[in-house]
Design a binder for this molecule. Structure first.
Ligand code: ADP
Length: 380
């Protein structure tokens, strides 16, 4: 039995060697026969520390005695900051435990602003050392929060109009007077439009908040103004409001997303029309101030009490819920304006006096004279 196995192994070895010889011969023939075998230069093996330096994950490697053997580039991202001190503390603690054989994890939550969340983990290495990883999860957390808010807002804000629609439909089903049925139908149409506007604004706000698809084009300020006026034309006509454009700096250009900028200025003009008496005048002024372009919307409407002026930029905050409802407001317009301003490295300011009117200023950094090159450098 043993002999048979030995023989079988030997036979296999001989057959293998023969096949190998044949293959080598065929390759030599196909390659021109007489050509000497080419020497294959082995590519240099990259240093592991260079490879680790390319990771977006922070990595700290400690030797068996606790000496730090390597800290990659990402691990140094927080150096010199308050967050950096806390991260270093956590890394030190977890590495010490890991050298004792214990795997550990800590989440550092810093409320900022800006809010920062960092996950630090450590594990033992064979031979007595340890490795720690540092992951900045702030952006992931922010995106998750936007999504959660979106769902919460949808359910909360849509409950009221959808509930109203149900009640109206039930009343209508039992109503026999045609005139009353018509009135109820009109209200149902208005509620349905409100639901649809709220959904549109929520989608727009979450798109802007998530920072998705922010174009970086050279945008003519006059195109922003023209777009905003287009958007508000029918509302202004229905309220017989005159919109005056005082365009002192027609050639001004900014770097950004035309669609977002039109949406922001459009919201400001819409509000100026909505919160003014019918047949009044609203002004849109364009001014260049140093490196900034200012898009100013001035109305002589109801104004905003001083204590409310900070809060109106929060989503769904309205000074007068009934009035906002009556004018078809969703409470999201100014939240959109503020996000667009932030996305463009700008800001929005308000000054207002009750009964006198309001002035909103959207300030956006001016594009450089060589804006086209600047755009190419940033890319789409
Ligand atoms: P809405 O859809 O209710 O207009 P916004 O976010 O655009 O929501 O504005 C929030 C609140 O700020 C409004 O409900 C209103 O009370 C107040 N507001 C905004 N713009 C003006 C303005 N030009 N004049 C007076 N009040 C304003």
């Amino acid at each position: 039995m043993v002999v048979a196995v030995v023989l079988a192994v030997l036979a296999a070895a001989v057959v293998g060697a023969l096949v190998g010889m044949l293959v080598a011969r065929r390759e030599a023939e196909e390659g021109g026969g007489a050509a000497p075998p080419a020497t294959v230069a082995m590519p240099p093996v990259p240093r592991w520390s260079d490879v680790v330096d390319q990771l977006s994950l922070g990595v700290v490697v400690a030797g068996p005695r606790g000496d730090v053997l390597h800290r990659n580039r990402a691990a140094r991202a927080f150096d010199g900051t308050h967050v950096g001190v806390l991260v270093d503390d956590a890394v030190g603690r977890l590495l010490a435990d890991a050298r004792e054989g214990e795997t550990g994890r800590e989440v550092l939550d810093l409320y900022g602003p800006p809010r920062v969340a960092v996950v630090v983990q450590a594990a033992p290495l064979e031979g007595g050392g340890a490795v720690a990883t540092i992951e900045d999860v702030s952006e992931r957390r922010r995106v998750d929060a936007v999504r959660t808010d979106f769902v919460a807002n949808i359910s909360h804000e849509l409950k009221t109009p959808v509930g109203a629609l149900a009640v109206l439909a039930e009343t209508m089903a039992e109503e026999e007077d045609l005139a009353v049925v018509r009135r109820i139908a009109d209200r149902m149409v208005a509620e349905a439009h409100r639901v649809s506007r709220t959904i549109d604004d929520l989608l727009e706000l979450s798109r802007i908040e998530l920072g998705e698809a922010l174009e970086r084009d050279v945008v003519e300020v006059r195109d922003i103004v023209a777009g905003a006026l287009d958007r508000t034309r029918s509302l202004a006509e229905s309220r017989r409001t005159r919109i005056e454009v005082l365009d002192g700096d027609t050639g001004a250009r900014v770097l950004g997303d035309l669609r977002q900028l039109v949406s922001a200025l459009g919201n400001l003009v819409e509000n100026a029309v909505k919160y003014s008496e019918p047949a009044s005048t609203v002004q849109v002024r364009v001014r260049v101030d140093g490196d900034w372009v200012e898009l100013m919307v001035v109305d002589h409407g109801i104004g905003i009490p001083p204590q409310e002026q900070d809060r109106i930029f929060e989503r769904f905050y309205r000074v007068d819920k009934a009035r906002s409802r009556e004018t078809g407001g969703t409470g999201l317009g100014l939240a959109i304006v503020r996000h667009v301003a932030t996305n463009h490295g700008g800001e929005v300011q308000v000054s207002s006096q009750e009964g006198e009117g309001s002035t909103f200023v959207l300030r956006i950094p001016l594009a450089n004279a060589d804006a086209d090159a600047q755009q190419e450098a940033i890319g789409p």
